[in-house]
Ligand binder design. Structure first.
Ligand code: ADP
Ligand code: MG
Length: 217
């Protein structure tokens, strides 16, 4: 049995065409079913639904053999023990620093002031500001980062941006582009050794569907 970990929403939806390219069809709609284990048209393949941030953990500990997860989540997780053969180029967005239009971010950074930044992505934010030599106090949040500067709790946020509509609706402007983000295929190394052929078949089908070469294990 091959177990594939996916998160509901964008990643699930954008992985479906890749699964189809591998001849795999998920037999239930996660938006309609309460099931966390979804059967597929192949007896030897099933999908488990987990929180986006839990996908690397499931694959690391063998709860799933393979998974699809954002580069953001992988960096925060650390990626230990995971084989990352392929950038799937799905769920594309970017990581950015955003601040209220009235906050003079560039000046604060230039003057070497301490700034307070709220984010779910503390590893990415810490590395980014450390590389710039900016003194930063990080406040860890789990969602709705936009609210932090609006309530005076932080000067800025580090968050994912795609259209920029959420920032705009909350009077925030993007002040720094940190990195482009897309989702990756992650594979449990032990599972790859034990179930090489079926896992390779999925990796190769995904690679053909996205038109890129795989990174060797
Ligand atoms: P959560 O479970 O924290 O709500 P999301 O479902 O919002 O996670 O996001 C899951 C993954 O999808 C993220 O880790 C990221 O890689 C990607 N993602 C998040 N927001 C966007 C976006 N606006 N556009 C494209 N991809 C996104
Ligand atoms: Mg979500």
């Amino acid at each position: 049995m091959i177990t594939l970990a996916l998160s509901k929403g964008r990643i699930f939806d954008e992985t479906l065409p890749l699964l189809a390219a591998a001849g795999i069809e998920v037999l239930e709609d996660p938006e309609k079913s309460r099931k966390l284990i979804l059967p597929t048209n192949q007896d030897g393949v099933r999908v488990v639904l987990v929180r986006a941030t839990d996908v690397p953990t499931y694959v690391e500990y063998g709860g799933a053999d393979i998974g699809v997860t954002g580069k953001d989540v992988l960096i925060e997780h650390g990626g230990a023990g995971l084989y990352q053969p392929l950038d799937l180029r799905i769920a594309q967005c970017h990581m950015a620093v955003a601040a209220p239009a009235g906050f003079d971010y560039l000046r604060a950074v230039r003057q070497g002031s301490r700034i307070t930044v709220a984010t779910k992505y503390t590893a990415i934010a810490r590395n980014f500001f450390a590389d710039k030599g900016v003194h930063v106090d990080l406040i860890k949040l789990y969602g709705s980062m936009e609210l932090a500067p609006l309530t005076g709790m932080a000067d800025a946020i580090v968050d994912l941006v795609s259209t920029g509509k959420t920032l705009k609706a909350n009077n925030l402007v993007e002040v720094e582009h940190i990195m482009n983000i897309s989702s990756r295929l992650v594979v449990n190394q032990a599972a790859l050794k034990l179930k090489t052929a079926p896992i390779r078949r999925i990796i190769d089908s995904f690679a053909a569907a996205v038109g890129s070469a795989t990174v060797p294990a």
